[in-house]
Ligand binder design. Structure first.
Ligand code: PMP
Length: 352
């Protein structure tokens, strides 16, 4: 347990003194709505299902998530995709033109994009070549008093590889700022989520999403789990109605059908295993298929750009990652449904 950690030392000065916007519905959120009339938010009163502003605290979604994930509701913040959650984290804790963050390429591109948008230096410490693990001592060496956030994407995109528990634990213990573990792909992994260990690390923020395993990329719902203190700070700066009514409704329906979600996850995992075997055995120009804990595979081929273009001619779109560090001639392929994977395999074999 970190004892010397005080979240208030990391919050931006202007955020510390911020008086948050108070939305009309925040105040009477627990009121008995059958007896009250709402003439407080300048809405159109004619009912059509979405004429009212949505619940700013998304209580229905949070109740279900709290139950499914075994956390308290006060440990949850929801956003318009985890991209919004990541942006809120930057804006709460990083002083533009002064602070820095650390990220570990090759990794998810938005950490760098958001750093640029928010005028924050992004110090990049490459993952180790070969096994794509964090280089703990180099990361700690790159950090200084203004290093507010360390981004650990595990399972990592685009490598698909999870970071070892030992290295994550060491970073959580020794890094002085916040450690964001992006678990967008955790549901496809056999690794334990760090969510179980949230209370052990006051500097830990975990982001997850309904865009991947939950099959709801179109509704944009990202989830942030952290201490109550951190969630309170993020709540103060989030736009009042950042998760719309239709999104909340669709998320609730899905979260009530976890058996469906789990069934899809297990199908995707078995398709991933099947696809990996086929790619390894039967396509001559594939040099390596990396192990994956995600719903995608990273492969090294003879010429990524050439193969990417050839696949397009067969109507198969994948991701060319060759310009990313340590990913020369690498392609990333999302696992599709069985028929899609068959079509992909046929195309890959046809261009040998
Ligand atoms: N984190 C990672 C690692 C991702 O790969 C992605 C999307 N590809 C996101 C976050 C963004 O997720 P969302 O749809 O919730 O914004």
């Amino acid at each position: 347990m970190k004892t010397d950690f005080n979240i208030n030392n990391l919050v931006r000065e202007n955020i510390k003194s911020l008086k948050p916007y108070s939305s009309a519905r925040d105040e009477y959120k627990d009121a008995n709505t059958t007896e009250m009339i709402f003439l407080d938010a300048n809405e159109n009163p004619f009912e059509n299902g979405v004429n009212r502003y949505p619940d700013p605290q998304q209580n229905g979604v949070k109740d279900l998530l709290a139950d499914i994930k075994g956390v308290s509701k006060e440990n949850i913040l929801l956003g318009n995709g985890s991209d919004e959650v990541l942006d809120l984290i930057y804006r709460a804790f990083c002083e533009p033109n002064k602070d820095n963050v650390i990220s570990l390429p090759p990794t998810y591109g938005m950490y760098d994009v958001l750093a640029n948008i928010n005028a924050i230096e992004n110090r990049e410490v490459l993952l180790s070549e070969g096994d794509f693990q964090p280089q703990v001592s180099q990361i700690l060496k790159a950090a200084d008093a203004n290093s507010k956030i360390l981004f650990l994407c595990s399972p990592n995109n685009p490598t698909g590889i999870s970071f070892t528990a030992e290295s994550v634990r060491e970073l959580l213990t020794k890094f002085k700022g916040l450690v964001v573990i992006d678990e967008a792909y955790i549901d496809f992994s056999e690794q334990r989520s760090w969510l179980e260990r949230l209370s052990q690390f006051p500097n830990l923020i975990i982001t997850q999403t309904l865009s991947k395993a939950f099959g709801l990329a179109g509704i944009r719902l990202g989830v942030c789990y952290a201490s109550k203190e951190i969630i309170k700070i993020l709540n103060n700066i989030k736009p009042p109605y950042n998760v719309n009514e239709l999104t909340q409704q669709r998320a609730i329906v899905r979260l009530q059908k976890m058996d469906e979600v789990e069934n899809e996850i297990s199908q995707l995992i078995s398709e991933r295993k099947r696809l990996k075997k086929e790619l390894e055995c039967c396509v001559s120009y594939i040099e390596k298929v990396y192990p994956s804990d995600g719903n995608f595979l990273l492969l090294k081929v003879d010429d990524a750009t050439k193969r990417y273009k050839q696949l397009i001619e067969y109507g198969v779109v994948i991701r060319n990652r060759t310009t990313q560090p340590l990913c020369e001639n690498c392609l990333r392929i999302s696992v599709g449904i069985c028929e899609e994977n068959q079509r992909l395999l046929r195309a890959l074999k046809a261009i040998q």
